[in-house]
Design a protein around this ligand. Structure first.
Ligand SMILES: NC(=O)c1ccc[n+]([C@@H]2O[C@H](COP(=O)([O-])OP(=O)(O)OC[C@H]3O[C@@H](n4cnc5c(N)ncnc54)[C@H](O)[C@@H]3O)[C@@H](O)[C@H]2O)c1
Length: 280
């Protein structure tokens, strides 16, 4: 199906890789215009080249541009959203950028500066994105708009492999998103949280490396026997961004292959994973 986001102007934060990059590609395929933003300018430039190869300008109706943005800086977020004024104003923002710092740990291990840095990016970044999105929706008289904030399944279940700052930050995203959804419901501005399970993206996989024990400790909890793929999250984001989800608001939208509902998981080989578009 194509055209599910026809005419919509979107911003994706953390668009240089993982979920953000796959989402950008799917959004363009569905007719949106996308401003890809990321703190890392060089990976953002590489990502744009990939996007233009996978969804060439001749095959799409929307435009794609990039802008370096650190989501923990309010002025940078504000400028990115203002960039879409000349496009007709923002319709969708995917506040997706986030970090999970290797020095994060349990209550004793997590250094205070890592706690603050995690909160500044994962929580304040989502707040700034949501705040300036609302201002922009109002300024442009939008009656249907969608904000999708990336949380995590770790905000719903406890784990004995702690990353306390990260988990707390994602819990804050869930609570903040829910409240924003209720506050703005009669303006037509929807807010939903995306709760991914652990994924096969650099954020987690670089950290796990080839440590088999660390890897198994997590894999055994997946009913499907495998980590999720970024594209499996991106499909959910497109749904939440589109008007198909007009009555979906304030949800913790869990995309986890059943992990948070599982007690004992099956044995046998894992299911086959879909291919990410940016890897093809
Ligand atoms: N990978 C997982 O297992 C997993 C699970 C649950 C939730 N998540 C969440 O999904 C989101 C996307 O993660 P991903 O797996 O695609 O990881 P990723 O590391 O591939 O992508 C994250 C992107 O965010 C960017 N970024 C980091 N700090 C930034 C900042 N201050 N400002 C702007 N951009 C910044 C990075 O440069 C990177 O391109 C994150 O919020 C993450 O916490 C990931």
């Amino acid at each position: 199906m194509v055209g599910r986001l026809e005419g919509k102007n979107a911003i994706v934060t953390g668009a240089a890789g993982g979920i953000g990059l796959e989402t950008t590609i799917l959004m363009l395929r569905e007719g949106a215009s996308v401003l890809m933003t990321d703190i890392n300018e060089s990976t953002l430039a590489t990502a744009l080249t990939k996007v233009n190869t996978i969804v060439p300008a001749s095959s799409r109706t929307g435009r794609v541009e990039t802008k370096a943005v650190d989501v923990s800086s309010e002025s940078q977020i504000e400028a990115a959203i203002a960039h879409l004024d000349s496009w007709g104003g923002l319709d969708v923002i995917f506040n997706n950028a986030g970090i999970m710092h290797p020095k994060d740990g349990d209550a004793e291990e997590c250094p205070e500066d890592i706690w603050d840095r995690t909160m500044n990016i994962n929580v304040k970044g989502v707040w700034f994105g949501s705040k300036h999105a609302v201002r922009s929706f109002r300024k442009h008289g939008k009656k249907r708009a969608s904000v999708i904030n990336t949380a995590s399944m770790v905000a719903l279940v406890g784990a004995a492999t702690p990353q306390l700052a990260y988990t707390a930050s994602k819990g804050a995203v869930l609570a903040m998103t829910r409240e924003l959804a209720i506050v703005h419901a009669r303006e037509g501005f929807r807010f939903n949280s995306l709760c991914p399970a652990p994924l096969n993206t650099p954020l987690l996989q670089d950290w796990l490396g080839d440590d088999k024990e660390k890897r198994f400790r997590r894999e055994v909890h997946f009913p499907s026997g495998r980590f999720g793929e970024a594209i499996e999250q991106a499909h959910a984001v497109v749904f939440l961004a589109s008007d198909e989800s007009s009555f979906v608001n304030a949800t913790d939208f869990v995309v986890d292959g059943g992990l948070t509902k599982a007690y004992v998981t099956p044995e046998g080989p894992a299911t086959e994973a879909p291919k990410n578009l940016a890897q093809s």
